[in-house]
Ligand binder design. Structure first.
Ligand code: UDP
Length: 335
């Protein structure tokens, strides 16, 4: 067993996980990345700087060997399936990957008395907004299996706290976007469904056009409003959540957003402004399950973690994503 405290990062080869790993390296953290590469990319892992294990969350022998070889003092849990639409058509995949599989991680943690867990949760655990902006005490009534699976794992974590003292921070992300400004790592989903990358893909000619899902919402320009949170701001929140638990902090839930909302049309206009190119736009019907507005109340994150978003304007998200798309990797890791 190695003597230095080590963080286990599940899903560390994915979009948000890989950005967080980079930030934690700057803080001299030692890490083991566990990823099955079903969504993640090995190229996104700084091999040499961290230990990379390609394996399944649900494989107890893989977990046991990680916890035996390393002194794991905390787990950052990113690994998950995250497509809302797919979760509706294939709910069991979501309940298996997002609830059943992490149980093996938790069982291993319990055996090894590792009691710190940072969980990538989501504003989708709230369901349709009853009040804007949304604070952590907003009712949790998820409207799709993705949100439900994340909400259920929060419940599991609370029960583990009561039973054996596991301390968790639930980080409820709003709309993650942007890329590290160095252009080396970025967002590479297959399929890509998110607004900002798709707008830029349309500009780059990779897709014929962006379809705006609904123009009849009760918002000033009729399109949906979201709170876009930069991936590096999410990464810094993870570092602070870890600090909170290492200092003996209690389990808590924290929203991560900027507190400001931008419409689909505003995002398209900003992308045109940054790139100097026109976005080919088509207008389509509403996407099922999309609430008109999601805006975070970020005050608790500041109070509890001392965290605040740095990138409050989606300009910097779009600039980073454009650099990634037009950079040497052209927005894609090798497959
Ligand atoms: N959106 C859109 N066209 C697209 C993708 C997204 O109009 O091709 C809209 C979507 O309806 C939502 C917003 O952009 O209002 C953000 O969607 P995204 O999929 O990026 O994130 P989500 O809000 O689903 O987490």
């Amino acid at each position: 067993m190695e003597s230095q405290d080590t963080i286990l990062v599940t899903g560390g080869a994915g979009y948000i996980g890989s950005h967080t790993v980079r930030q934690l390296l700057k803080r001299n953290e030692k890490m083991v990345v566990l990823d099955n590469l079903s969504y993640g990319h090995e190229e996104a892992v700084p091999v040499g700087a961290v230990t990379f294990v390609r394996g399944e969350l649900a494989d107890s022998s893989t977990l046991e060997s990680i916890f035996t070889q390393h002194r794991i003092d905390a787990v950052l849990h990113f690994a998950a399936s995250t497509y809302v639409g797919e979760s509706v058509s294939d709910p069991l995949k979501y309940y298996r990957n997002n609830i059943a599989a992490p149980l093996t991680v938790l069982e291993t943690m319990q055996r090894h008395q590792c009691k710190r867990f940072i969980f990538s949760s989501t504003c989708a655990t709230y369901g349709d907004p009853q009040k804007i902006p949304m604070a952590e005490d907003h009712p949790q009534q998820p409207v799709n299996p993705y949100g439900a699976s994340k909400w259920m794992l929060e419940r599991v974590l609370k029960d583990c706290d009561r039973a054996w003292g596991l301390k968790s921070v639930f980080l409820r992300y709003f709309n993650a976007s942007g890329c590290d400004p160095n252009g080396e790592i970025g967002e590479d989903h297959d399929p890509e469904t998110h607004l900002i990358p798709r707008v830029l893909m349309a500009i780059a000619g990779e897709i014929p056009a962006i379809t705006v899902f609904g123009t009849d919402y009760p918002t000033p320009d009729g399109t949906c409003i979201r709170d876009y949170i930069h991936v590096n701001d999410l990464a810094s929140a993870h570092a602070l959540a870890l600090e909170h638990l290492r200092k003996g902090g209690e389990s808590t839930a924290v929203n991560l957003g900027t507190g400001r909302g931008f419409s689909v049309t505003e995002i398209i206009k900003t992308a045109e402004d940054i790139t100097g190119k026109r976005v080919p736009v088509e207008y389509g019907p509403r996407r099922p399950g999309d609430p008109s507005e999601l805006i975070c109340d970020p005050r608790k994150a500041k109070e509890v973690l001392g965290w605040e978003a740095v990138h409050k304007d989606p300009r910097s998200h779009i600039e980073g994503a454009w650099k990634w798309l037009t950079g040497p990797k052209r927005g894609r890791y090798s497959r």
